[in-house]
Design a protein around this ligand. Sequence first.
Ligand SMILES: [Zn+2]
Length: 291
Amino acid sequence: MTKKLKVLMIGAHMDDNDFRGGGTALKYIKDGHSVRFLSVCNGSGGHHELSAPEVAAIRRKEADAVADLTGIEYDVWDIEDCEIIANLENRKRMVRYIRQYKPDIIFTHRTNDYHADHRNTALLVQDASYLLIVPNFCPDVAALIHTPVIMHFYDRFKNPVFNPDVIIPIDDVIDEKYEMINCHVSQVYEWLPFTNGVLDQVPTDPEERLDWLRKPLVPRDGTQLTEADLNRFIASNNSEYREATPVIKYRDKIIERYGDLAKDILFAEAFEVSEYGNPLTKENEKMLFPF
Ligand SMILES: [Zn+2]
């Protein structure tokens, strides 16, 4: 086997890593690597009926369910939703946290994003990236020798536009990815449908609601989907079109990377290299993305 990797995904909220990198995380786990998720916020903001402490406690249990299901370690910090600030205190906390885990690769948001928590999480990682190797900053935790490679999750924002460097097909883990997302009950069946105005459409039966979450399904008959299909189907709820988005948007890059195999790929996750981490070379890309 290749080197056993330590993979760290840092999202602002408890579903961010799952949605944007969950399939890739599952592939690492299947190959015997270690994956840790950090949610910088405690989930307190994401509900229309529950109080902040109530929803934070429920979200923590949902994160634990993901950990039990997948073998991913799931850390949650105690910062309230909508209140992350990229200040010195949190910068030090982030530096110590990353140094203690010593990841080979980090995944996080980009710094341009609609949500202040996503932006500030990305900023904290960006601010930490160089300081990880500076021994006199937080001298109580040994500095790293190298900054890890840092990747950004896909997002839809256009100024500047997301430019994928690595696209990972996740067809082999798509069912498990949905099982993982299915653990975030209060988010995907309560809060998000509420904010999208479709709460009345969510079935109460657990199997029916997972089905609802996946629908509409992307066609399995070789139909080549277009961005118009994507725009038509992705708006109402998560749907499989969310998971097909990188395949539809970056088809040329997928063909370039996977050749003839590309035509069979339905689902993928896309990542962009941060220029503040270690560079992603051809050699370390093979080691860091061993699938
Ligand atoms: Zn989020």
